[in-house]
Design a protein around this ligand. Structure first.
Ligand code: APR
Ligand code: ZN
Length: 253
């Protein structure tokens, strides 16, 4: 299959719009890049968080067990950043596409909740949500609407530590989320892969699944990904710019 790698001519937008109209079932996979234009740093690439911080010190169960305060300081910083961030045009157009049933679920690796804040109603959060907290000892779980005052926060039921409700390296993904994502990707006739480096599994496997079941893959990313050669179309552009044009082409904005 020859892959078209295009920048962003009008014909590329028209082509994707046509594929979406013809697709009986389109799903979307997003990563940190879809929130980059909202001012939320990505993990890899030029200014990625993992260039400045070591994930082993901040995003693993071992890191939390050895220094919960340090881990919470980092999550509190990210929560404050996310609380100030606004959904960008990519989130907004994707939400409008979903409201018009143009696309099915948005499967996201992001924990920032910006798809939902943009109005998306069917979001599969593979890696959890930064506003969720859960107790490390009892079954207490809750959703915060602002960063915790005291860190590390304590469980109101048993006094033990609360941890962020996100998936850390080495942890299993939420069973229901990954099961749904695999099912949706295998049924999709088209998957739009937006703003992910496709370095982390099983999320990175989803577009391969769509392809293996005969679906088409469109990647929207300003830099190359390991899946570019398998994709039917690669749009070498930022998500905000692409979805602004697609939103206009589909008459959504
Ligand atoms: N529009 C589209 N894509 C963009 C933009 C943009 N404006 N800016 C950056 N990108 C792309 C980058 O080129 C990169 O390929 O977004 C991608 C971000 O990749 P990562 O930072 O690796 O984020 P992601 O793929 O979501 O990481 C997956 O890794 O650390 C874990 O749990 C974390 O969920 C995260 C997972
Ligand atoms: Zn508890």
């Amino acid at each position: 299959m020859n892959t078209w790698v295009v920048t962003l001519g009008e014909d590329a937008v028209k082509m994707v719009a046509q594929w979406i109209r013809e697709s009986s079932y389109t799903v979307v996979l997003t990563g940190a890049g879809v929130s980059a234009e909202s001012g939320i740093p990505t993990f890899r690439g030029r200014d990625g968080l993992w260039n400045k911080y070591r994930p082993e010190e901040l995003a693993t169960p071992e890191a939390f067990n050895s220094n919960p305060k340090r881990v919470w300081e980092w999550y509190k910083w990210r929560m404050e950043l996310i609380a100030k961030a606004q959904p960008n045009l990519a989130h907004i157009v994707l939400a409008k596409m979903q409201q018009k049933d143009t696309i099915g679920p948005i499967i996201t690796q992001n924990v920032d909740g910006l798809h939902q804040r943009a109005g998306a109603v069917d979001v599969v959060e593979l890696h959890g949500n930064i506003w969720r907290v859960k107790c490390i000892s009892c079954s207490y779980a809750s959703k915060l609407d602002s960063p915790p005052e005291e860190i590390p926060p304590r469980c109101p039921e048993c006094g033990s530590l609360l941890r962020p409700g996100v998936v850390w390296f080495g942890e299993p993904l939420p069973e229901q989320a990954i099961r749904r994502a695999l099912q949706e990707a295998s049924h999709a006739k088209l998957i739009l892969v937006v703003g992910t480096s496709l370095q982390v599994y099983p999320a990175a496997y989803l577009p391969v699944l769509t392809k293996n079941y005969g679906g088409h893959v469109v990647i929207i990313n300003p830099t190359p990904t390991p899946l570019d050669d398998e994709a039917d179309l690669v749009i070498r552009r930022e998500a905000g710019e692409f979805f602004e044009k697609l939103g206009k082409e589909l008459g959504l904005i």
